[in-house]
Design a protein around this ligand. Structure first.
Ligand code: SAH
Length: 490
């Protein structure tokens, strides 16, 4: 170990920064964040330093460095671009026993400054001992994404309860076990999702049980509705990943890929509630009731859904059931199919001058006997991009509704099958040829129809998976939709 790691308490302690440039400004700002009282010695000050001096946050004590400026300082940072000044600061500080850091000159440093991940009061410091600062920074970035932002709130919660817990559980071993289960368990979940009052109540109860003054066991679990993203595993959010690794029970759908299921905590129970067409096995109602029951049994439950849980995911009904049963819940958004398909097919859902709105709808609602759109509808606005979910078996009726609504039969349509997955296919057609093209190319679920001028851009913007298939009835490749709209505007 080349350096001895410490965390310094610099509250109200005098520290000196020699230098007035941008680097000096960064160093001064970090020292000030730790509560130090910062003095600056430099002939010229960078704008943020002069502002801080004018505001009284730092003191500008000298234009030029002199050894007597070190008197009474806890530490000094030399950040000038004059190496001889830096060397003098280092030598003088060593002689006086003041801790010194010279920026970018490790040989002159008595202390070095680590990369940090700040989740105050939790602070992680990373150092490569000066050997590979860039590597230290990369490690920091990984920790940044791993350590959830709420870990600070959790530490403050533990701090708030610390003396109560110490009183109630004088035995060190029992106390440690209690704290561990607290920080891993349901109370931590509640804190992470902002249910502080509920976490306090839970802790109160648990503390009573553990200290033997009662034996109520009314701990309820929680449910997170988690979007897995549409497409492959890389579209999972960090929040979703954390939930999968925390869960006791996971209820998942057909549209969730096996790669994502692999990320679930090993000893969690997995329940497949995929509702296959015609199967009466898992009605929405029975799924909602199952969520409630599992949570009431004290489990941390994850309801994992393809795409986003609140876009044609029936998450709203599940929330209703949870709310009525008084179960704590959280919702983690996911990349919905419209976004995943558009991105991977190279289709801008809105495009300046071409499409100014996006309308997500389900082709199912257009089924004969189903609730029909009433006029005026977004279906007839040529500058609205339409995205139809769940439409594979309904393409003829989708075509008819669009034509009824007055959309031009030549309007481009992109059928995106398995969007965002390696086996993705994109078929560019138009309203008139929509149903025939789907039959000819045997489009199957899951697939999405994107309707509007922007859909044809898939032909030019291909970047992912197999090249798009051009199945328009009139193939006019001379003018791209952008060129057309520009020509119209002119
Ligand atoms: N909650 C999901 C949608 C569920 S409805 C979401 O936000 O994406 C199921 C429909 O979504 C499918 O019928 C299909 O139209 C669409 N879909 C989901 N994943 C898809 C994918 N990878 N490619 C194309 N369409 C997809």
């Amino acid at each position: 170990m080349r350096h001895y790691p410490i965390f310094l308490d610099l509250q109200d302690q005098p520290v000196l920064v020699v230098g007035g440039g941008e680097v000096a400004a960064r160093k001064a700002a970090m020292l000030a964040r730790a509560g130090a009282s910062v003095s600056i010695a430099a002939p010229r000050l960078a704008p943020e330093l002069s502002t801080a001096v004018a505001d009284g946050r730092y003191r500008h004590v000298a234009d030029h460095y002199a050894p007597q400026l070190l008197a009474g300082q806890r530490l000094v940072i030399a950040a000038t671009d004059d190496r001889s000044v830096n060397a003098r600061v280092a030598a003088d500080a060593e002689q006086r026993g003041v801790l010194v850091n010279v920026v970018d000159q490790p040989a002159l440093c008595r202390f070095i400054v680590p990369s940090i991940v700040d989740r105050s009061p939790i602070l992680v410091a990373i150092s490569s001992g000066g050997a590979a600062p860039v590597l230290a920074r990369l490690i920091r970035e990984r920790l940044e994404s791993l350590l959830e932002p709420s870990v600070g709130a959790l530490a403050r919660f533990a701090e708030r309860w610390r003396s109560r817990i110490r009183e109630a559980l004088p035995d060190v071993r029992r106390r440690r076990a209690f704290l561990e289960s607290l920080l891993r368990g349901h109370a931590a979940w509640l804190i992470r999702h902002g249910h502080e009052a509920q976490a306090d109540r839970l802790l109160e109860t648990r503390l009573k049980e553990s200290s033997g003054n009662g034996s109520s066991n009314d701990e309820t679990g929680s449910v997170a509705l988690v979007g897995a993203g549409a497409g492959d595993v890389s579209l999972l959010t960090l929040a979703a990943l954390r939930h999968l690794q925390d869960a006791d029970v996971v209820l998942f759908d057909r549209l969730v890929s096996p790669d994502i299921l692999d990320l679930i905590r090993r000893d969690a129970r997995r329940i497949d509630v995929g509702k296959r067409v015609g199967s009466r096995l898992h009605s929405q109602d029975s799924i909602s009731q199952r969520l409630v029951r599992e949570a009431q049994a004290g489990n941390r439950v994850v309801r994992l859904k393809g795409g986003d849980p609140l876009v044609f995911g029936r998450g709203g009904e599940e929330i209703d059931a949870l709310r009525e049963a008084g179960i704590a819940f959280a919702v983690v958004p996911g990349v919905t199919a419209a976004n995943a398909c558009a991105a991977h097919a190279g289709i801008p859902l809105t495009h300046r001058g071409v499409a100014r709105a996006v309308h997500l709808f389900t082709a199912q609602a257009d089924a004969p006997g189903g609730p029909r759109y009433r006029s005026p509808t977004p279906l007839d606005d040529p500058e609205t991009t339409l995205v139809a979910y769940m439409g594979v078996s309904r393409l003829p009726s989708l075509r008819d509704s669009l034509l009824d609504a007055g959309r031009d039969p030549d309007t481009p349509v992109a059928l995106v099958e398995n969007g965002g997955r390696p086996e993705q296919r994109v078929i560019v057609t138009d309203i008139a040829a929509l149903a025939d093209a789907a039959t000819k190319h045997a489009v199957s679920a899951p697939a999405l129809a994107i309707v509007g001028k922007v859909a044809a851009m898939a032909l030019d913007n291909h970047w992912y998976g197999a090249p798009p298939i051009d199945a328009r009835s009139v193939r006019c490749r001379v003018q791209s939709p952008i060129a057309m709209s520009q020509a119209q505007a002119a």
